[in-house]
Write a new protein. Structure first.
Length: 303
C-alpha cells in the first residue's frame, strides 16, 4: 500500500526574528511545497530519494530500519540530518517503522531548494504525518525555530502565528488585500542561513516587550489594511524597526534606493525573497539588475 503526504511552503510577511520571542506574525502558505510518497519494498532497508522541482535527484540514501544507521548516502551531512529526524520521530512514536519491513520513500519539491520556502519544514511536517507525531515537537527537538513554517505547512489560508508558553497558536485570518495585484515576491539570488541570522539576533540587546508590542500592532494593521499606501507605510515601519534592532541597513536603502515602492525583507535579512509593492513596469527594474525570479502575489500564495 502506498501512502502520500504533502506540506505547503511558507512565507512570513511580518515579525521575522521577533516571532521567536512571542510576537505575532502574518504568515502565508505558498502554492509551492513538498510531497512524500511511501511504499513497501522487498529490500530490508529504508531507501530514501529526494527530488527537486525539475526532476533531478539531489540526494539519495539507504538507512537500516532497526536503528536508522546510514548504510549508504550521496551526502553525509544531509543523511545525518535525515537520520536525526527519523530517530526523533521514533522517540515520539515507538512503533514508527518497527515492523522491520523495507520501505521506499520519495520526497519531491515543487520549488528550487535555494528559494527558502521551507524545504526543511515541509520535510519535517511530512515525516511527522507519516510517523503520526507532533510536527512542532519534531521541529523543536531536531532543529529549533518558532514553528510558523510548520503551521503554514498545515494550513491552506493566511494565519497570524505566535508561540506562547511553548504552545503554537495559529489563527486563520481573512487576509486577501484588494491591492494584492500590486504585490510581488522577488528572489535576491542568495539563500541565507536562518540559524546564523537567529544567532546574530540573539546577540542584540533591546527591549523585547516593546519590540513585541510594536510588531503585534503592525501585524494587526497589515491584516486589516485597506489601501496600498497604508500597507507600504507599515512595511517601511517594520523595516525601520528591525533595522535598529539588528544594526543592519534595510534592503531597499542598501540595494534599491531609487525604487519608488516599498521593499521588505522576508525571513533572514540579506537573502531569500523580498516583498515588493509596485506594478509590472516598476518591478521590471529588478530584472534589469539581475534579479530575474519575480512572482506575483497570486502566483506565490496559496490564498
Amino acid at each position: 500500500m502506498q501512502q502520500e503526504f504533502y506540506s505547503n511552503g511558507k512565507l512570513l510577511l511580518s515579525a521575522e526574528y521577533a516571532i521567536l520571542d512571542g510576537a505575532q506574525g502574518l504568515a502565508i502558505p505558498t502554492k509551492y511545497g513538498q510531497s512524500l510518497s511511501i511504499k513497501s519494498s522487498e529490500k530490508p532497508v529504508l531507501h530514501w530519494k529526494s527530488i527537486t522541482h525539475d526532476g533531478t535527484v539531489w540526494f539519495e540514501a539507504e538507512l537500516l530500519i532497526n536503528n536508522f544507521s546510514i548504510y549508504h548516502s550521496t551526502d553525509s551531512e544531509v543523511a545525518k540530518t535525515l537520520q536525526g529526524l527519523l530517530t526523533e520521530a521514533r522517540k515520539q512514536n515507538l512503533n514508527f517503522l518497527k515492523e522491520g519491513n523495507g520501505v521506499e520513500a520519495i520526497s519531491r519539491l515543487t520549488f528550487p531548494r535555494h528559494w527558502g520556502l521551507g524545504s526543511s519544514s515541509t520535510l519535517i511536517n511530512n515525516i511527522a504525518q507519516w510517523a503520526k507525531i507532533d510536527a512542532y515537537q519534531l521541529l523543536w527537538n531536531a532543529f529549533g525555530g518558532s514553528g510558523y513554517d510548520i503551521a503554514c505547512a498545515q494550513y491552506n489560508t493566511p494565519i497570524v502565528y505566535s508561540v506562547r508558553n511553548r504552545q503554537p497558536i495559529a489563527e486563520p485570518v481573512a487576509f486577501d488585500p484588494s491591492f494584492k495585484d500590486s504585490l510581488y515576491f522577488i528572489y535576491l539570488n542568495q539563500k541565507q542561513s536562518s540559524k546564523k541570522a537567529i544567532e546574530a539576533y540573539r546577540q542584540q540587546s533591546f527591549d523585547k516587550d516593546q519590540l513585541i508590542m510594536e510588531i503585534n500592532g503592525i501585524t494587526k494593521k497589515m491584516v486589516g489594511c485597506d489601501t496600498l499606501d497604508e500597507f507600504n507605510i507599515l512595511l517601511e515601519k517594520h523595516e525601520t524597526l528591525l533595522s535598529k534592532i539588528l544594526g543592519l541597513e534595510p534592503v531597499k536603502s542598501r540595494l534599491f534606493p531609487e525604487y519608488p515602492g516599498a521593499i521588505k525583507s522576508l525571513g533572514a535579512w540579506g537573502g531569500d525573497f523580498v516583498l515588493v509593492s509596485g506594478d509590472e513596469n516598476s518591478v521590471e527594474s529588478f530584472r534589469e539588475k539581475g534579479f530575474g525570479t519575480i512572482l506575483s502575489y497570486s502566483q506565490m500564495t496559496l490564498s
